[in-house]
Design a protein around this ligand. Sequence first.
Ligand SMILES: [Fe+2]
Length: 345
Amino acid sequence: MKCMEPIQGLSKARRKLWGNPQNVISWAFMKQLREHNETRKVYACNPYIEVYQFRDNLYGLFNQNCDGAGDVWQWLIVGPEKCLLVDTAFGLGDMKALVDEISGGKEIIVVNTHDHFDHAFGNCRFGRAYCHESLVPLLEAQNEHMWDYLWDKKTGETIWLDFDKKDLPKFKPYEIIGVPDGYTWDLGKGYLVELINSNGHGGPGASMYLDHSNKILFPGDNICSDISGCGNVSYPIEECSLYKYRECVRRLVSRIDEIDAIFPMHFICDLESRMLEDVLECLNAILEDPEHNYDFVTETINPNDVNGPKRIRFSRYIKGFSIISYSITEKEEPPVPSAIRALSK
Ligand SMILES: [Fe+2]
């Protein structure tokens, strides 16, 4: 039985081991894209990242995940005067040189969707990163040992992905600037990108970014063709992360004329925005009765904590798309910085 047959991509890194099997539709999309897309390119300054062009000024920087979870996108918008980079992955290879080469050396504005390993560990490659103000303390916990869990302590070999240790960043403190919901950046000549505080995946500081010119929404990990893990349920329900995320989706649906396409951070991208209405319908059904309005239950391992306790997850299908998965917990736990979680693996 075939399961995640290797994709013949151009990245220098080689996959050794995966965590949980990934969704077959996502895998088929990535196989076609990575093996046949005419825009795919690898630059000599960073042989780990495959670059794909999706619009005149929008580039997808495809990174293989350094641990066993799904491969990850970074999105680069090249504006008239400045460029904006959504997320920094694990920081593998010289990312700054790559962005400089694609943008022609324009000033780089780095923003984060959330602080997870595969989204923000590369921040220190850049001198400054912006995020929602609630995310600042999580990013401040980053440290020089946060990548150590990628190595087997006995053999000294990487566990999941084969790459050169010297190509990860040497951690150095960088400026972290928190901004409020609705903050916008001007990339020149009125080219605006807006931060939308989403909650959900990544906690209270998680954010989406809306490119007003291309009418593209970057939703972080809240929308994903594999599994959309966009918050959990606890009581009182109005205080839980899934409920707060639903409020965000309601606002997005009310602004649907401002959004043409959705580019998540993993797997299938360039989704039509009409799917937001189906996401809202799914969230409404779950929140009406989380303990019964699911389609199936699974016990999963956390790919970032394979020896940890199994998680009971409830899942409900989003019409025409993937699933929303959630746990039901007694109370809402504040997020632990990924850079701290990494130390205990
Ligand atoms: Fe992720």
